[in-house]
Design a protein around this ligand. Structure first.
Ligand SMILES: Nc1ccn([C@@H]2O[C@H](COP(=O)(O)OP(=O)(O)OP(=O)(O)O)[C@@H](O)[C@H]2O)c(=O)n1
Ligand SMILES: C[C@](O)(CO)[C@H](O)COP(=O)(O)O
Length: 224
């Protein structure tokens, strides 16, 4: 079951505090982004990697592109959503398309194939795990409400879609000047059902410095 993947990698990593794109930081001897790219380069079902980069990182990505066979490079925008839309405009307008954060290097191939299968069946499917903590709604550091945890999921990427569904959602969001924090929120807004595919807790997004400790531990566990 072939698919294309858009990998947004054009962020600035402000919360990581490195002063440069966190995806170029070293993880187990290699830049974080290479760990993510390898998953899709080695997946025989992935036909194309649309890598969305910041122009400041062009020298790095131009160099690494020669080590991969599937990468097509486009430039990002000043919001993640705009970067993904730029990637979508460069994709083949057919079949199944995934969006996966460059900052999530631990995605498992079996999760990807379950997402592709589900997107084929229902048009939109996203990776997620059940929330483990109690979640409260808070305003000005005052608890307003404890949210019922039984229906809460912590959403990840990949997010998988029939191309036409994701294209309509981004076009509508652009028309309405709507900004969402994930692709599924745009698809929900056009009234399309989004299915959950249960992922795993290793599929973390490397966002703040302590995530690097967790990442080292995950790599050690996998290399045992
Ligand atoms: N304008 C942007 C912002 C983010 N991203 C990418 O989207 C993914 C998830 O974003 P996030 O983890 O927030 O990365 P940053 O935006 O770099 O982090 P920060 O918000 O801390 O600056 C990352 O792979 C990031 O490179 C992107 O392609 N274009
Ligand atoms: C898309 C995402 O990874 C789903 O959890 C998340 O919304 C990205 O958020 P970010 O602040 O752009 O990293």
């Amino acid at each position: 079951m072939n698919y294309q993947v858009i990998i947004p990698a054009a962020g600035s990593g402000k919360r990581m505090g490195a002063g440069y794109n966190k995806l170029l930081m070293n993880l187990a001897g290699r830049p974080i982004i290479l760990h993510t790219l390898d998953v899709f380069e080695t997946d025989p079902n992935c036909s194309r990697i649309i890598l969305v980069i910041h122009s400041a990182d062009e020298p790095f990505f131009t160099e690494i592109k020669s080590r991969y066979t599937k990468i097509y490079i486009v430039y990002g925008g000043n919001e993640r959503q705009y970067s993904v839309f730029n990637g979508l405009k460069a994709a083949e307008a057919e079949g199944i398309i995934l969006v996966h954060d460059g900052a999530r290097p631990f995605i498992r191939p079996e999760t990807i194939s379950r997402l592709v299968q589900s997107a084929r069946e229902c048009g939109a499917a996203i990776a997620a795990v059940p929330v483990k903590d109690t979640i409260k709604k808070v305003i000005d550091l005052e608890v307003i409400e404890t949210v019922d945890r039984s229906s809460l999921w912590q959403v990840q990427t990949p997010q998988a879609f029939r191309f036409s569904v994701l294209e309509s959602a981004h076009e509508q969001a652009q028309k309405e000047q709507y900004l969402g924090t994930d692709e599924a929120s745009l698809v929900e807004k056009i009234g399309h059902t989004v299915k959950i595919v249960e992922s795993d807790y290793d599929n973390i997004k490397l966002t703040t410095p302590e995530d690097l400790y967790f990442a080292e531990a995950i790599i050690k566990k996998r290399n045992r």
